[in-house]
Design a protein around this ligand. Structure first.
Ligand code: SLL
Length: 205
């Protein structure tokens, strides 16, 4: 009888046609040090990874490693518990490779996300010590046909709030309705553009 599961090549039972989605946000927040800035230290910054809906994800994530620029001491920073963040001081912007490892029972491969540390707003916005410069990106990590035991374990756990990040007050609160509105907006614009293109095309014939 088909119970919606199958055994993969490693002998793990997986759920057919099922997806487990983990929405996350990666970001940086940077404070300009103003009068306290020196040549080598102009900013204090934090790079972080959090669940997009502020839930504790430590039952899914085993560790998060942040690969900093080689000018930092021990650039390979491993964080085993939430909050998944690293705070440092420096002078320059660079790309940070963020690697997530999942709990072994997921049988999922590590996932890497590249995120650029942002210290400066655009040219027309002067630096201020009043609020941090933020840069965030939303990512959906999709586990397709997940291992059944893992899926049952993580979906039966009551969601718990995530511990606060050090830059918590400045991080965005992800709102699905906002995103849906943006998507609708995009679709409408694409449809309008297509109509224009079609009109031009018809006109040219
Ligand atoms: C740049 N390509 O030139 C980049 C490199 C490196 C930033 C930025 C180190 C601080 C420290 C630091 O801020 N490195 O060693 O304490 O802009």
């Amino acid at each position: 009888m088909d119970d919606g599961t199958f055994i993969d090549e490693h002998g793990d039972r997986r759920l057919r046609d099922t997806e487990f989605i983990l929405p996350v946000v990666v970001g940086t927040s940077a404070w300009w040090l103003g009068k306290k800035a020196s040549d080598t230290v102009t900013h204090r910054w934090t790079v972080y990874l959090k669940s997009a809906n502020n839930q504790d994800i430590s039952h899914i994530v085993q560790k998060v490693t942040f690969e900093l620029h080689h000018t930092f001491n021990n650039p390979h920073r491993m964080v085993l518990q939430p909050p998944y963040e690293v705070t440092e001081q420096g002078w320059g912007e660079f790309d940070i490779n963020i690697t997530l490892s999942f709990t072994p029972d997921s049988r999922e491969k590590d996932v890497s996300i590249l995120h650029r540390l942002k210290l400066y707003e655009n040219e027309n916005t002067p630096s201020t010590t009043k609020k941090p410069v933020m840069s965030e990106a939303y990512e959906e990590l999709v586990f397709s046909e997940p291992v059944e035991a893992f899926y049952r374990r993580v979906t039966s756990t009551m969601p718990r709030p995530a511990p606060d990040l050090s830059c918590q007050p400045y991080t965005s609160q992800y709102d699905e309705r906002d995103e849906l509105d943006k998507l609708k907006d995009c679709r409408a614009r694409v449809a309008a553009m297509l109509t224009d293109v079609r009109k031009d095309f018809e006109g040219a014939r």
